[in-house]
Ligand binder design. Sequence first.
Ligand code: DC
Length: 230
Amino acid sequence: MPTGKIIIAIDGYSSCGKSTIAKELATKLGYNYIDSGAMYRAITLYFLRNNVDLTNTASVSDAIASINLTFEFNSLTHSSDIHLNEENVASYIRDMLVSDKVSEVAAIREVRTFAVAQQKEMGRKKGIVMDGRDIGTAVFPGAELKIFMTADPEVRVMRRFKEMYATNHNITIEEVRHNLELRDYIDSTREESPLHRAKDAVLLDNSSMTKSEQLELVIRWVKEKSASLR
Ligand code: DC
């Protein structure tokens, strides 16, 4: 494996399998993995719990000032869980209540300024894989490797449905489809750092690829990129 540490930015639509590939890649390379979406989800959870009025900038700024986000290693799952003011909220942030509100919260300028500053700090020492919507465009525009992931919308709906059905048997395919369509729309049309493919990002359409095929391809890109930097 390459020795010089780089930054790997993975962006793309909801439920494209970004976190799966990002996590495996980080493990393989001995890099840190940061799920930037988990940060927006934890902020949304805080806002919901505290009835923060999203249209009131002062209330939003006050709420943000009371939020402390950290990622802590979970030895049971061997991954890092997001903590909101020292509470492990990893199991709450995937709730439909949070999923329904998160794109609206993530579109707020003050929220993005807060999250992006922390994300940039996490990448200071490189050796990081971060996934999200604006990682290659706004957070790390100078990332050595940028990947833009996409997949057929129905493939994504079924992937997310299966994931959610495992913990919530009341969920319907229609609800999941509606949530994904709405989030993609808000994420890619918002004013603040909308989701778009960076000019220098390589495209990964994984509609009909297995996890191991994806990992193999991405590792090849890492090797090629690292070799070109030597
Ligand atoms: O990756 P995810 O589905 O858990 O992300 C949740 C939401 O957070 C997503 O709808 C858009 C937002 N998000 C963002 O705006 N910027 C990021 N870098 C990551 C996520």
